[in-house]
Design a protein around this ligand. Structure first.
Ligand code: SF4
Ligand SMILES: [Zn+2]
Length: 687
């Protein structure tokens, strides 16, 4: 046992002897043990909770699960997020000679190097992507490894694709990217879960060589990546292939360190280099975007990055493994993709792109609205208009997507009053009314056009205080059906030249809200997971169903919530929509859409129950029944749900079936479930 592992074991001994309850006490214990070794063993790193967790025996793991688990806030909504960064690639308006947006950092050949557009290479998710060569298979495995190492079973995962305008990538790349992300979830499930759905921690530890030996960490990461690249293009559905992989990775007489010696028979590179015939798919736009990608003109970082994507597809995409196949498998896999988010700009978020995203299994679209003023959009080289924003939001809602809008206070030509009005409009003007909102104050970053303007004294960004004031002001207008997701970019302040200079802007906003007695009614501020975290007791008898109707993008939205009004706590909600346009065959004029059905709680594994959780106590189902009832009362005869691929099984069990990309149900057949539901009491939810 190396010294680092020895320290972990001693910390465990200490935990057994003393009653340690808080993270602070745990840190003190770690430091105490570490101080014994420091001078002798040159141990520079304090063991993470995950290191101790993995060094523990089964009993110890069970006993100290709570104490050693980290970051509950990450999965408090019941879903484990996995941010997945795509390769550096230009945005469409850059190729049209308009962009990039004047404030946007990064991109191919940027001041921060060759990094994804809109990122600096320093954010945690970009760093992880770089470490994993932007390979979706490696990144997802890496995230799943971390979740499990922290004592969580991330069986309901949500993929969030970041890094510019994803719908501008070649269609083949979009499919490649999602396909391998899903394959990672499917393969992870096959390798480390038993048939009855229990995680095999021994296999997990053996594969990832955990607990780690600190001095060998780089080697361990490399070896893990090589193992994963070996199985990336293998079909683990094939029993023989799976047996071989299992023998290599877990066989008693095989040392993982010898893996590559044993595996010499396989030519690894040949295995990965799969013929890819469809190499000419750069132009994906329906609207004849006049892209002048003239390959033989001067090489620039943008054209190089486009070529690189084609090469990647040629070398790494196994066409024998299809996206459809991976989606089908994921429906019943142990790790399921219950949500897929894609970031795009609004002129690349129209019907053509919406249909593409539906085929990928996308359920939520993040749209950079940024401003409600056309002159501001133009002055910042946004490459799209206010009309594009409004049209895209309407189309995507009518396709069933959830909309997460981004708004950027402090842009050029925008006063504080204009921002307050702009943010208010997002909630009050039916043309916007997004389901979620990220507010990112404009910051100045090197390499951007705005940086030049700032240096020349032509632009001054908002200070932390000003930004907090605007956001707090906007909070008083947030309706109960919207969720404020973030108020700040995940960019370290040391890479920004000017602008908000604190990473805890949310706390500044909260302080102003308290001072001015502003109470945010947004979903995030009211969801039950946070209520439990503050050690408050839930009384299930207080839960009632409320229905809020509002107009949005020419359609009608009905927000059905399960909430405790007395304590102002939200347990779950359903977004029912009567669309304004019928853009696909599955959506008839008498269809109602469900764009979201969400029950809050700390994560609970699918099929398992947990006393602290209410996610599987029937709240979701009751909300759905209510939605069906409202749809019928309004003369709708078909319910169409845009469900995450991994949630399809849930809907199948309650009478829905797959039609195209949606889960649908004929509402004309009045079934027993529905009749019974009429008499459902609140207590019935818990049954
Ligand atoms: S569209 Fe988004 S990612 Fe592209 S340049 Fe503009 S801000 Fe950056
Ligand atoms: Zn809020």
């Amino acid at each position: 046992m190396d010294k680092f592992q020895q320290v972990c074991v001693e910390i465990l001994e200490e935990l057994k002897k003393n009653s340690i309850k808080t993270q602070h006490e745990l840190t003190q214990t770690k430091l105490k043990i570490l101080s014994k070794y420091k001078s002798k063993a040159n141990l520079k790193q304090i063991p993470k909770n995950a290191d101790i967790y993995l060094a523990a025996s089964d009993n110890e793991r069970e006993k100290f699960k709570e104490l050693l688990s980290l970051k509950p806030v990450r999965t408090i909504s019941g879903v484990a997020p996995i941010a997945l960064m795509s390769e550096p690639y230009p945005c469409p308006h850059t190729m049209q000679g308009i962009g990039p947006c004047t404030y946007c950092p990064g991109g191919p050949g940027s001041a921060f190097g060759n990094v994804p557009q809109s990122y600096t290479g320093k954010e945690p998710s970009t760093r992880r992507a770089i470490r994993n060569s932007y390979d979706p298979y490696l990144i997802v495995f890496n995230r799943l490894e971390h979740y499990v190492a922290m004592g969580r079973v991330p069986d309901k995962a949500e993929i969030i694709i970041q890094g510019g305008t994803f719908t501008f990538f070649p269609k083949a790349y979009q499919e490649y990217f999602v396909k391998y992300a899903l394959k990672a979830m499917n393969d992870f499930s096959r390798l480390f879960f038993s048939k009855d759905g229990n995680l095999d921690i021994l296999k997990f530890k053996k594969f990832f060589e955990l607990p780690r030996v600190l001095s060998e960490e780089d080697k361990r990461i490399k070896k893990t990546q090589q193992k994963l690249l070996y199985i990336k293009n293998l079909d683990l559905n094939n029993l023989k292939v799976k047996e071989k992989a299992e023998y290599l990775f877990f066989g008693d007489d095989v040392f993982i360190g010898d893996f590559f010696k044993i595996n010499n028979v396989q030519n690894f590179n040949a295995l990965r280099k799969i013929e890819y015939n469809n190499a000419n798919e750069i132009n994906v736009s329906e609207q004849n975007t006049k892209l002048s990608i003239i390959e033989n003109s001067i090489q620039n970082p943008n054209t190089t990055s486009i070529k690189h994507i084609q090469q990647k597809l040629n070398n790494e995409d196994n066409k024998n493994i299809t996206l459809k196949q991976m989606q089908k498998e994921n429906e019943t896999s142990f790790i399921r993709c219950v949500g897929l988010t894609i970031e795009t700009k609004s002129d690349f978020g129209k019907l053509y792109h919406g249909n593409l995203m539906l085929e990928l299994g996308c359920t939520r679209v993040e749209i950079g609205v940024q401003s409600i003023y056309d002159d501001v959009l133009e002055a910042t080289s946004r490459g799209n208009t206010v009309n594009d924003n409004i049209e895209s939001i309407s189309i995507l809602k009518d396709l069933g997507f959830k909309i997460n809008a981004h708004y950027m206070p402090g842009l050029p030509l925008t006063t504080k009053e204009m921002d307050l009005h702009g943010l208010k409009q997002l909630f009050e003007n039916p043309d916007y009314r997004p389901d979620m909102l990220k507010i990112y104050p404009c910051m100045v970053m090197e390499g951007t056009k705005l940086y030049e303007d700032w240096k020349a004294g032509k632009f001054t960004p908002l200070t932390t205080k000003e930004a907090a004031g605007i956001i707090a002001g906007a909070k008083q207008h947030v309706p109960k059906w919207c969720r404020i997701m973030r108020v700040q970019r995940d960019i370290p302040t040391f890479v920004t030249a000017s602008g908000v200079d604190r990473t805890n802007l949310r706390q500044y906003v909260e302080k102003i809200c308290i001072e001015k007695n502003i109470k945010c009614k947004c979903i995030r501020c009211r969801e039950a997971g946070f209520f439990i975290k503050s050690n408050k007791k839930i009384n299930f008898n207080n839960i009632q169903t409320t229905v809020t109707e509002y107009e949005a993008s020419q359609g009608k939205e009905i927000f059905i919530a399960a909430e405790d009004l007395a304590n102002d706590v939200l347990f779950g909600f359903c977004r029912l929509r009567f669309p304004s346009q019928f853009l696909r065959d599955e959506i008839t004029k008498d269809s109602a859409l469900i764009r979201e059905l969400h029950v809050f709680s700390p994560s609970v594994q699918i099929g398992k129950k947990d006393e602290a959780s209410f996610q599987h106590k029937g709240i979701g189902r009751s909300l759905l029944i209510k939605a069906e009832e409202i749809a019928r009362q309004n003369g709708k005869d078909k319910m169409v749900i845009l469900s995450g691929i991994g949630a399809r099984e849930y809907f199948r069990k309650i009478g829905y079936e797959l039609e195209g990309v949606y889960m649908v149900k004929d509402l004309q057949e009045l079934n027993a479930t529905f009749k019974n539901a009429q008499t459902l009491t609140i207590a019935g939810w818990l049954a």
